[in-house]
Ligand binder design. Structure first.
Ligand code: PLP
Length: 305
């Protein structure tokens, strides 16, 4: 690795710059109102093949374009442009380690929350071990937060935009204040939705269960990958509404996302859960697939070098 994290290169408005030189106007809508959409794209270093693999790039870019469409900012880039920007900036940093690449479309200029232009992009590779604390834990003490997940009828959790994370923050800060690592949100109807930056799965009687897309969750790429991987090795998967009390009688549970992979939930509101045998199996399947080690899922990975 050529550059220390504080000196790393970032792709910013078409150029590759030192991160300290990438500056955004303080009055821009992204700065004032969180008017941006983004992806956190995981990349895995495969030491055997001496290759860095980006995971499900097309799916990330398709979701980014959907998010932009939903808040009516026009994405000025094609998927190929976005892929090239990611590849160029990762190469410029010469990274040979696991990364989370933040790729963000943001509204720049001097407008307000109603503005739809100018739309700019940055691409910032972040070494995985530098992401937030809850993403680097081996197991999580979780509570059900008293805050509800944002509603489809107010600000849809299906949109991956900066502003949505203020709801995540409310739940996460409450969890930390009360001595937990993180939280699970219920949706406006009192049913289980997701974590502040992750999706939720539980296991009961060897069946893998996760809330449906219509239960106020992000259309998570990790969630989709786990469902497909679990089915490929013979597990039954149910996407359905989950009641709160089901959380407390689960055999195992985990939170998942590009940043945290699959992280076991050790307890929920003080109810201890089981050891997490199936969680471990699925975690291994996921990391293998994302690192280009599962030939059946090779179309999920793109070599950077
Ligand atoms: C609220 C929320 N749910 C779920 C996820 C997991 O999504 P993905 O698997 O696409 O990273 C994330 C991660 O970005 C998230 O922020």
């Amino acid at each position: 690795m050529k550059y220390d994290v504080s000196e790393r290169r970032i792709w910013f408005k078409g150029e590759i710059l030192n991160v300290n030189d990438a500056k955004i106007n303080v009055l821009s809508p992204t700065s004032q109102f969180g008017l941006n959409v983004f992806e956190g794209i995981p990349c895995y270093w495969n030491d055997e093949k001496k290759q860095l693999y980006a995971f499900r790039l097309n799916d990330h870019y398709e979701r980014l374009i959907r998010s932009a469409r939903l808040i009516q900012i026009i994405c000025p880039y094609s998927i190929d442009d976005m892929k090239k920007a990611l590849t160029d900036v990762v190469k410029a940093n010469e990274y040979q380690e696991n990364l989370s690449v933040r790729q963000t479309l943001f509204v720049d200029g001097f407008g307000s929350w109603g503005s739809d232009s100018p739309v700019e992009m940055f691409v910032a590779p972040i070494p995985r071990r530098k992401t937030s604390a809850e993403y680097n834990k081996s197991g999580l003490k979780v509570c059900v937060t008293s805050w509800r997940r944002i509603s489809e009828n107010a600000l849809s959790p299906r949109i991956k935009c900066g502003a949505n994370y203020i709801n995540s923050r409310a739940g996460q800060r409450e969890a930390l204040r009360n001595g937990y690592d993180t939280c699970i949100f219920l949706n406006e109807f009192g049913k289980v939705s997701e974590g502040p930056g992750s999706c939720f799965f539980m296991i009961r009687n060897k069946k893998i269960i996760t809330p449906a897309h219509t239960d106020a969750v992000l259309e998570s790429i990790t969630r989709d990958s786990i469902i497909k991987l679990a089915k490929s090795i013979g597990y039954d998967v149910e996407e359905r509404t989950i009641d709160r009390t089901e959380l407390y009688t689960a055999d195992e549970a985990f939170l998942c996302g590009s940043a945290m992979e699959l992280t076991p939930v050790l307890s929920i509101d003080g109810y201890e859960l089981g050891e997490g045998e199936i969680t471990q199996i699925l975690h291994k399947e996921y990391v293998n697939a994302a690192s280009g080690k599962n030939g059946n899922f090779n179309d999920w990975v793109t070599g950077i070098y």
